[in-house]
Design a protein around this ligand. Structure first.
Ligand SMILES: NC(=O)C1=CN([C@@H]2O[C@H](COP(=O)(O)OP(=O)(O)OC[C@H]3O[C@@H](n4cnc5c(N)ncnc54)[C@H](OP(=O)(O)O)[C@@H]3O)[C@@H](O)[C@H]2O)C=CC1
Ligand SMILES: N[C@@H](CC=O)C(=O)O
Length: 329
């Protein structure tokens, strides 16, 4: 199988490293393209992964690689020499671009897609999935709903025959980490955010993380992919106004503050709410620590199920891209 990678940020770089780390699993897989916003590198025989990792480790710009060319998604489409596009450009929740165009072009041209980019999926999942289905190709989005946390995989495979009636998620590692750092190290919100940025878990635009919009995007994707819903009613509140005072008060009551996204229904319509909540030790998402995340599914006849883990990090996110790629293979 031949691959093209578009988006060479933290997750894209980690994905290239995984191709080496897991090479024993990837016999027959070649990476032909790595494309950034201003061009990329291409070799129809497969790029030399070692030389790219050398660039990453030594902080050498990809533009200085001998295979550098002025290329973009259209070259991939014209050359017709990949089977799967790994789409890892930055999330844009306004209109889903440029990811939407990349994914649509790929699927229309019978190229499988694996992505971690939430923008195109919140706006265009139905359309893109239908192009994929009509062309007998896969659109895999596991990385978009909490990276390594298999939220949609579990949601899609574990509840057959039951109805999901509610979902709650702590799905933003950055916010969870910030609140925990403020609690444990008594540092300010800004100091904790800077630490999260240095760990490279925050989005390129960290406003998405702390405002609740990243969580809302992930809940919206779960509602589309797992429940086939088209929810319009979404309330979003972030963690920007939480200070040490609120955190100390929560501690005094043996409670924790968590940024929780919830999909629930009033028997007529499903709604999504994202807001910080004070929860006690009996809440299923209480024990999620640090950069970890979690999702709780409540069903009508199968009971409740919670999964916790999948800490946010570029390598963990790249691992979920690899997981989706292997399942296509
Ligand atoms: N970081 C994480 O832990 C996680 C991230 N994600 C998602 O994965 C995706 C990638 O994340 P991350 O690596 O952190 O993002 P970065 O912001 O670090 O990297 C984005 C990359 O996209 C490239 N890019 C932007 N516009 C274009 C374009 N028009 N054509 C080609 N390339 C373009 C950028 O190019 P250039 O280098 O030239 O600027 C850059 O290489 C995002 O959508 C994010 O939401 C999902 C789960 C976890
Ligand atoms: N910024 C996100 C990473 C991926 O979605 C987070 O902090 O969880």
């Amino acid at each position: 199988m031949n691959l093209g990678l578009i988006g060479f940020g933290e997750v894209g770089k980690s994905f290239v490293k995984l191709l080496k780390i897991r090479e024993e699993l990837l016999d027959g897989i070649k990476l032909n393209y790595i494309i950034k916003s201003n061009g990329g590198i291409y070799n129809p025989e497969g790029l030399d992964i070692k030389s790219i990792i050398n660039h990453i480790d030594k902080n050498i710009k990809l533009e200085e690689h001998p295979n550098w060319k002025n290329i973009n998604i259209d070259n991939i489409i014209e050359n017709k020499d990949i089977d799967c596009l790994i789409e890892l450009t930055s999330t844009n929740i306004k209109d889903g671009e440029p990811g939407y165009t990349h994914i649509k072009k790929a699927l229309t041209n019978k190229i499988h897609v694996v992505t971690g980019n939430k923008g195109p999926i919140i706006h265009y999942y139905k359309e893109l999935k239908s192009i994929a289905d009509n062309n007998n190709r896969s659109l895999k989005v596991g990385c978009t709903t909490g990276g390594a946390l298999p939220s949609v995989d579990v949601g899609n495979s574990c509840f057959k025959g039951s109805k999901i009636i509610e979902i709650q998620g702590v799905l933003n590692g950055t916010s969870n980490y910030i609140i925990e750092e403020m609690t444990n190290s008594k540092i300010t919100y800004i100091e904790a955010l800077e630490k999260a940025q240095s760990l490279k878990i925050a989005e390129a635009n960290p406003y998405l993380d702390v405002s609740g919009y990243d969580t809302a995007a992930k809940m919206l994707i779960i509602s589309k992919v797992v429940m086939d819903l088209d929810i319009k009613d979404i309330y979003v509140e972030g963690i920007e106004n939480i200070g040490l005072y609120e955190i100390e008060n929560a501690e005094k009551d043996n409670k924790k503050i968590k940024l929780i996204g919830k999909i629930s229904s009033d028997n007529k319509n499903f709604i999504i709410e994202v807001k910080p909540q004070l929860i006690d030790k009996y809440h299923p998402l209480y024990s999620i620590d640090g950069k970890n995340k979690g999702v709780y599914y409540k069903t009508d006849i199968l009971g409740d199920l919670t999964i916790i883990g999948g800490a946010s990090s570029p390598l963990n996110a790249a691992s979920s891209i690899l997981r989706d790629l292997i399942s296509i293979c």
